[in-house]
Design a protein around this ligand. Structure first.
Ligand code: SAH
Length: 403
């Protein structure tokens, strides 16, 4: 163990077989089964390395819970749905959503709800199990797919998986909050000789120090991932995010449901966004791998391209706008009125500011959704435009209409 173990492991590997792609480096640093950052630390939260919206305010998860109920109603109240969360962190978001589901039990009364968590980190899945079930879980060593199961404090069955492909098919609402930004990216640099991939290598001058180098020629990734019309000089691509979005889109097309993706990102315009966080401070991505969170902005234009055809997409829309549309201002007023002491009120206002202020998380975080085509356009709209009642708008991307 120890914080130098990952670096020594990588240095040995680089000396033996040469530089690796940034994607391979990121995968090792974050999810190596023995020494990866998420495997060992997974520092989400105030005491960790980075703080996320669900950890800042319960209102965030509650409004997302309302989004799913609103979509469930708009889609004709199917008799069952799975809530599938990718990378649930400490489990806070799911807990806040389940609280809303319980509060609105009369609305959901005849619906069979189950929760499916996709999590690779044993450490974080343990934290999730304690928070969501009070620790009453069954480990499932025989089952290749479901590695743990339990019942939430609100009575909903919960299952844990390592891969989205292990989640059973069925009508599902998917959630990915700060998940895609943790997946490995490839980095490319335009040079006079054409596109080159950025690689991670050992520094020959300093023992056990890493450095970036450019591939001497094109790599398979430069051929596959750079668009011919690309105008930027530096590009980051996350093929794993592309594969997962393709899976989500085909599952939604086949079995119904929707996916909500929330992350910081851009629409195919940014260049160098790869960075590290440790103890809430920026951290050199190449130093002490395994001890810091590594992350890159999500390219929503790429996700849209990967979904295309199979589902419709909405967004990206800024977090500030999405939460406003979901009624965060009204929710804040109610909570302020119900809180007796000044300290609680100040806390509520402070967390609202963190989520909504354009200088804080309001502008850089975005919401993006995958929805079945028929959710946005009547299948026979072209032929008989007047024959059907209009489809209800999708909340968050439009104002929430409460009936
Ligand atoms: N959604 C949470 C946590 C974000 S941190 C929040 O917003 O607070 C990223 C999460 O994704 C962690 O739970 C991490 O363990 C998980 N994760 C990272 N890579 C993963 C992968 N390849 N498959 C499944 N989960 C992964």
């Amino acid at each position: 163990g120890g914080d130098g173990a990952m670096l020594r492991h990588l240095a040995r590997k680089l000396r033996a077989s040469g530089p690796v792609t940034v994607a391979e480096y990121m995968r090792e640093a974050l999810t190596n089964p023995g020494q990866g950052y998420y495997t060992r630390r997974g520092g989400v939260g105030e005491s960790g390395d980075f703080i996320t919206s669900p950890e800042i305010s319960q209102v965030f998860g509650e409004l997302i819970g309302i989004w799913y109920i609103s979509e469930w109603m708009a889609m004709g109240k199917p008799s069952a749905f799975q809530l599938v969360e990718l990378g649930p962190g400490r489990g806070t978001l799911t807990e806040d959503i389940l609280r809303v589901f319980k509060q609105l039990a009369s609305v959901l009364s005849k619906c069979d709800v189950s929760v499916h968590l996709v999590e690779v980190s044993p450490k974080l899945s343990e934290i999730q199990a304690v928070l969501l079930t009070g620790g009453k879980v069954q480990a499932n060593p025989e089952d290749e797919c479901v590695y743990m199961k339990g019942i939430s404090k609100t009575g909903v069955p919960i299952f844990w998986y390592r891969d989205i492909q292990d989640v059973p098919p069925g009508y599902s609402f998917y959630l990915a909050h700060e998940f895609f930004d943790a997946l490995p990216i490839h980095k490319f640099q335009r040079t006079e000789k054409g596109w080159r991939e950025v690689l991670v290598d050992i520094d020959p001058q300093v023992p056990d120090r890493l450095r970036f180098v450019l591939s001497p020629s094109r790599t398979p990734a430069t051929q596959n991932f750079i668009q011919p019309e690309e105008s930027r000089d530096h590009v980051e691509v996350c093929p794993e995010a592309g594969v997962i979005v393709q899976r989500l889109a085909s599952r939604i097309e086949k079995d119904g449901g929707a996916a909500l993706v929330a992350d910081y990102g851009h629409d195919g315009t940014k260049t160098d966004t790869f960075r590290g966080f440790r103890n809430h401070k920026l951290h050199d991505v190449l130093s002490a791998p395994g001890t810091a969170d590594l992350t890159a902005d999500v390219d929503f234009s790429y996700l849209r391209k990967m979904a295309q055809g199979r589902t419709a997409t909405l967004g990206p829309i800024k977090q500030r706008q999405f939460l406003k549309n979901m009624g965060i201002d009204l929710r804040l007023q109610v909570l302020l009125q119900n809180s007796g002491d000044t300290a609680t009120r100040e806390q509520l206002l402070h967390s609202y500011d963190m989520l909504m202020n354009p200088e804080k998380m309001g502008d850089c975080f975005n919401f993006f959704a995958l929805l079945p085509h028929h959710r946005l356009v009547h299948p026979d709209k072209k032929d008989k435009p007047e024959s059907k009642s209009p489809l209800p708008p999708v909340a968050g991307f439009n104002e929430l209409l409460l009936k």
